[in-house]
Design a binder for this molecule. Structure first.
Ligand code: GLU
Length: 588
């Protein structure tokens, strides 16, 4: 069904598919969603690009988009709108993000021509040690076991990072940003199809008494689509945060409840009141690089997103991508080879820059990326890339191949003054740690650390240490044209595949000239330095034969991206939202 629909949409876009006999007969083994990590799929809804003249907001949920739009209409900035939307996502897309988690915000101030990156990544409690996720024999715990425990919870950063961004770029009063969500939490909202589906698919959510009471009906069934869900506990938290600021969350009885919940699990997390009270968001230098005529800017470490998106683009730049057909064997080949190189480096080098020295600039320097690109052969897959060594960098780490189980959300905004935000917000896996406190869920971001701290006696850059931030894949991205004018804001959830989703969309818009909705809707593909992965149910499955002939091991994956993007065109703003989730764009 999906395949049929996709083929039709892309045929309308004028793409012609070449299908060899070998490809038609090639057998692909679908990989179950649970094994490859995506937040479960809940359907595919075709979408058309939205256009507007003055402002635009794109989020993963209609209520959140409306909350952001309400702020923009009231004269709010892009940051104001993003904050209001992020708070609403906690209510209406609770499985993905919220104040129990963290976020990265990349923002552009059009007046100052300034770029800022704000880091609200969760932090390990001070007591966290390298063996946190090892069993009695020193072996890493199964990921699911690690997630559903107090040990997976990091000190939340979302409210602190929104406070920091609001202090710098907010125009509306802080309290106003919470109004739409308090209203809806008290009045109730209809359970969406996606929320219903993810509750239904979750095997352990009901084990938490608060989550059971909230997400299931009296008979113990997942709340039905359309059921009215009210969250007075969450509304009460927001009322206090709106009035008193984030201190109401980080100090006092809410913090006490968080610490008690984390430490009251069968596997306690050791999170103290000092850990929570001491959390600070950080401002970091935005990481930018050139791609053809454009400047592409993203999140520096502790995210690997900025580095790896630039690394993929740098590896692709040698190839005339505008002449490569989307959804062709050649496109998937080049894209997955570029991904192998980028993921090898990010797996090896990236950790919290407050703890490890990440050679971020060297990893995205044009000379280095040229040398990486030279490893791509048009006629055969490299199968597996080793990390490279940029000039002047010494290898000090053991390799690390952790990948995250995703559940996250992305917000893109452009306001009437031309300010832009790209914000990715997360509680890590779907429903985070499954620990619910006062109407919101706590993250499981600690499982984004390497579960094993060392290999063969060498430390892993992303090993767990007290007070450290785990490496992220989130890639909130802003693009500027040759004249320095804002061109695009984009980002996505999707665990370790985020880098591939975002790069696909950038290539779709910048090289293939697609509108941003078409680029978002293109089938997902790529390699995370293992198999070459193509989106299950898309026509890319038919490329399995020709790809195998180039030496690729091919897997079909349920690739539930959640891309949201806005592009500035001479005719105005054009926005797109991911057909794989409940994304929604509004503008004026
Ligand atoms: N925890 C992941 C990260 O920070 C994000 C998970 C997701 O996107 O779903 O990279």
């Amino acid at each position: 069904m999906r395949l049929h629909t996709r083929a039709r949409v892309l045929a309308q876009l004028g793409f012609v598919f070449f299908m060899s006999q070998a490809a038609v007969h090639a057998q692909l083994q679908p990989v179950p969603a649970q094994d490859v990590a995506p937040e479960p799929s809940s359907g595919y809804t075709e979408k058309k690009a939205v256009t507007a003249k003055k402002f635009m907001i794109a989020t993963a949920n209609p209520h959140a988009t409306r909350a952001g739009q309400e702020m923009l209409k009231a004269g709010g900035s892009a940051v104001d709108a993003a904050i209001a939307a992020a708070v609403m996502l906690n209510l209406t897309e609770p499985q993905s993000s919220g104040i129990g988690g963290g976020a990265f915000i990349v923002s552009y101030d059009a007046g100052q021509k300034a770029l800022n990156a704000y880091d609200g990544r969760e932090k390990a409690p001070a007591s966290a040690k390298g063996d946190r996720f090892l069993d009695a024999k020193g072996k890493p715990l199964p990921l699911r076991e690690a997630i559903n425990s107090g040990k997976s919870v990091g000190v939340p950063g979302l409210l602190r990072v929104m406070e920091l961004a609001h202090q710098k770029h907010g125009k509306l009063p802080w309290a106003k940003l919470f109004e739409p969500t308090i209203r809806l939490a008290e009045n109730g909202f209809a359970v969406s199809e996606r929320l219903h589906t993810v509750i239904k698919l979750d095997k352990t959510l009901r084990a938490n008494a608060n989550a059971r009471a909230y997400f299931y009906d009296a008979a113990g069934e997942p709340l039905a689509v359309g059921a009215t869900l009210k969250n007075p506990d969450f509304a009460a938290v927001l009322r206090r945060v709106a009035k008193e600021g984030p201190d109401a969350f980080y100090k006092g009885e809410i913090a006490r409840d968080i610490s008690a919940a984390v430490n009251g699990q069968a596997q306690p997390g050791g999170m103290t009141l000092q850990d929570i009270a001491g959390y600070q968001a950080r401002e970091r230098a935005v990481l930018c690089g050139a791609y053809r005529a454009y400047k592409v800017c993203g999140m520096p470490p502790p995210s690997s997103g900025g580095i790896a998106v630039l690394a993929m683009l740098g590896a692709l730049e040698r190839f005339p991508m505008s002449g490569v057909r989307p959804n062709s064997t050649e496109a998937v080949h080049l894209f997955s080879e570029a991904g192998r190189l980028a993921y090898a480096d990010r797996d090896y080098y990236v950790g919290d820059p407050d703890f490890v020295n990440v050679p971020a600039t060297a990893l995205v320097s044009p000379e280095y990326l040229k040398s990486r690109s030279a490893l791509i052969r048009p006629d055969v897959s490299m199968k597996r890339a080793a990390p490279g060594v940029p000039a002047g960098v010494k290898l000090a780490w053991a390799p690390d191949e952790e990948s995250e189980i995703p559940a996250t959300s992305h917000i893109s905004v452009i306001d009437p003054a031309g300010n832009a935000v790209s914000m990715t917000t997360t509680i890590e896996a779907v429903f985070g740690s499954h620990i619910m406190v006062r109407g919101f869920l706590l993250n499981n971001q600690m499982t984004d650390f390497a579960l094993a701290p060392e290999e063969n006696g060498l430390p892993v850059a992303n090993r767990i240490e007290g007070g450290k931030r785990p490496r992220s894949t989130m890639s909130p991205t802003l693009v500027f044209d040759a004249d320095g004018k804002l061109k695009m804001t984009v980002g996505s959830p999707g665990g370790s595949a985020i880098i591939n989703y975002v790069t696909k969309t950038l290539v779709g818009v910048l090289d293939w000239g697609l509108d941003v909705q078409q680029a978002i809707s293109l089938p997902n593909m790529g390699s995370r330095n293992r198999a070459t992965e193509v989106e299950l149910g898309s026509e890319l499955e038919k490329l399995s034969g020709p790809l195998k002939a180039l030496g690729h091991e091919v897997q079909a994956i349920e690739f539930t991206s959640g891309l949201q993007g806005i592009v500035v065109t001479p005719q105005g703003l054009v926005g797109g939202a991911d057909p794989r989730r409940e994304g929604f764009v509004l503008g004026e």
